[in-house]
Design a protein around this ligand. Sequence first.
Ligand code: C2E
Ligand code: MG
Ligand code: MG
Ligand code: MG
Length: 281
Amino acid sequence: QAKADGKGIWRAFEPEMAHRARARQAIETDIRKAVEERRFHLAYQPLVDMKSRHVRTFEALLRWDHPERGSVSPQEFIPVVEDLGLIVSLGRWVLETACLQCLKWPEDIRVAVNLSSLQFRDGNFLEVVRQTLKQTGLPASRLELEITESVLLHNEAGALKDLAGLSRMGVRLALDDFGTGYSSLSYLRWLKLDKIKIDRAFVRDIGQDPKSLKLIAGIVSLAKELGLSVTVEGVETRQQLALLEEIGQIDELQGYLFSKPLHIDETLTLIASLSQKRDAA
Ligand code: C2E
Ligand code: MG
Ligand code: MG
Ligand code: MG
């Protein structure tokens, strides 16, 4: 009886597992080809200054242009790219493309680029950034790199050295998704950071949940004590904005309330309209 049951279960699972393996293989083949042929583009989302409402930074967000599925989110494919060992190559393309794009913007606007922790693993990331800045001609001060705590999980000493070197070069460092890792606070001691970005998980229910609001307020005041700039991610509603304004001290806001990630052409249009407002003021 037990054996029959086991077999039944196995039979039920087998097609599902085979299906998943096939799906994974298909995505791997697709993504290998995409990386070879650079079938990607970058979308740009503005970070808005809380006080002035000026835009000083655009975050570059990777998009995969899939022939059938359209524009695919990095959450779906970055892990596969990492597993296949292709992230260093793709990461260089992202960095170079973002730097070249930033050069077309006014000089007071910088670009923020997301990094995978694996980009620190091959030991010459510092050199990659130095070369990219030199070849594109973008001043280091106009580049911001977004890292997550996982950077330190893999190659602690090497990553710390690279991050210190980047900071000396004048590149700005932001700790992304702050509050979602498991020992956020200790990293604040080791990393020479300029900014933290509070994860949108905290913002989502600040309207309903007073604890979330208190947590954000606490993180903001801690970050300010440490001399860090603070961005809050994922602001979607006016109500959230009003609550965040009450906390005060927040430097920048990012989220659908202000803008979704934009196509390159749309960023240029937005920048043009912003500078017109600036000129008119
Ligand atoms: P992230 O760096 O934390 O980026 C913020 C994500 O939140 C983006 O998703 C953005 O589109 C989304 N977002 C922004 N505002 C809102 C909002 O108001 N509401 C909601 N619900 N979402 C909002 P996206 O573009 O799908 O990127 C997901 C993650 O993929 C990024 O999270 C980042 O960790 C990673 N990623 C993106 N581009 C790259 C890249 O070039 N290299 C690497 N290694 N990772 C990247
Ligand atoms: Mg980011
Ligand atoms: Mg984030
Ligand atoms: Mg994220």
